[in-house]
Design a protein around this ligand. Structure first.
Ligand code: ATP
Ligand code: MG
Length: 366
């Protein structure tokens, strides 16, 4: 798939923008603070209805304006789809081919995008929340059910935690209601965990392959799923039983702490390089290659599940990769994905590798 056209109105520092893209490589060049990242963010937002750098949509509205709008034409096996998003202070609305969508989970997935920026190093070095967010965003864009179950899970988790707090304070004694909530939560947890297991299995294989291609080394990368509940099965029903058992086992401590101590909201991922935990042992360069390999693995996973390659957004990444790694990266994706690259300096790009790109010069949002 590729994004043929993008129109922005009052989005960040863009008052108005209407542009066509190459289906191969597009380069956004400009000095600092001209809107390069804003433009990549706009494409990412059009795909996922979420920004990669803020959870507050209001920030996306141009200073002093009431709303921001984004629209694009996506081409997928010759078929063109019109996407539109409107963000205002009350929230956001989405249209596919001019038909408003009642749920964002119906909209997400029309355009798939993978974004890679230097901050993605945090996937390896940062806190578990970052890795869970990665799973939720990436698996959500390939599976609408995953999105649906994780939003339901968040709601029921909140309800259960609120009720645990009431029990903790002695405001209620009724454990039956707690068990109803735990049962509901275990059902949703099982749907999420089953999908994480399935997708991470493929992702680990693709990431190992990408790591080898980029580093041309002999190290073996492994992505390991560490669920907070010990899972010994892959079927949803059995996982549900195991999660429920864990809730029951922890009941007393959950009431004491007023919080749910296990479940998908406590899961984590681990990256092993030659069986050593990369979080502690890998060098900066190795960690960067792991983060990039993960994103490249996502491209393959999306292709495997949807039959289409997503668009690839590379924010300030080229200058961080040496010639060999740039070349390995671009060869790896060569011709498969529409790619958007931002840079402040054309000298950072290996031109013999990036062939015939369409170049956009950005100057204060125009
Ligand atoms: P760098 O090379 O430093 O990464 P960049 O070209 O990627 O720069 P962006 O992050 O895309 O820069 O754009 C930053 C600019 O956008 C800043 O000048 C900022 O003030 C402006 N900006 C951000 N949000 C808004 C907004 N809501 N309304 C207007 N301008 C905004
Ligand atoms: Mg930037």
């Amino acid at each position: 798939m590729y994004l043929k056209q993008l129109t922005l109105k009052d989005y960040r520092n863009f008052e108005e923008l209407a542009t066509n893209f190459s289906k191969h490589v597009n380069i956004f060049i400009g000095q600092n603070a001209q809107g390069k990242t804003n433009l990549l963010e706009a494409i990412y937002f059009l795909a996922l209805t979420r920004s990669h750098r803020t959870s507050s949509d209001k920030e996306l509205i141009r200073f002093g304006q009431a709303s921001a709008s984004l629209a694009g034409h996506v081409v997928k096996s010759q078929v063109e789809t019109d996407l539109k998003l409107l963000v205002n202070k009350k929230g956001k609305k989405a249209w596919i081919n001019r038909i408003q969508q009642a749920r964002l989970s119906r909209y997400i997935g029309q355009l798939n995008a993978i974004l890679f920026s230097p901050e993605d190093l945090a996937l390896v070095k940062g806190a578990p929340t970052i890795r869970r967010r990665f799973m939720d965003l990436e698996f959500g864009q390939i599976n609408p059910e995953y999105l649906y179950f994780s939003s339901q899970y968040k709601q029921v988790l909140q309800q259960k935690n609120n009720y645990l707090k009431q029990l903790a304070k002695g405001k209620s004694q009724d454990k039956v209601f707690l068990e109803v909530l735990s049962d509901q939560l275990a059902g949703l947890a099982a749907e999420i965990i089953a999908r994480r297991l399935k997708y991470l299995h493929d992702l680990s294989e693709f990431a190992a392959e990408a790591y080898q291609a980029i580093s041309q080394g002999k190290e073996q990368l492994e992505v390991v799923y560490n669920p907070s509940v010990e899972i010994k099965a892959t079927a949803v029903e059995e996982i549900y039983q195991q999660v429920l058992a864990s809730f029951q086992k922890n009941q007393a401590s959950e009431i004491r702490t007023g919080t749910t101590l296990s479940g998908p909201h406590r899961d984590d991922l681990q990256f092993l390089l030659n069986q050593q935990d990369a979080h502690f042992y890998a060098s900066q360069g190795q960690q960067r290659t792991i983060a990039l390999s993960l994103k490249l693995a996502e491209i393959q996973l999306i292709h495997k599940i949807t039959g289409e390659y997503p668009v690839l957004l590379l924010d300030d990444v080229m200058s961080e990769l040496d010639h060999t790694r740039q070349s390995a990266l671009l060869n790896y994706i060569h011709g498969k994905t529409q790619t958007f690259i931002t840079t402040t300096d054309l000298a950072g790009i290996s031109w013999e590798i990036v062939k015939a790109p369409k170049i956009f010069i950005l100057n204060k949002g125009v």
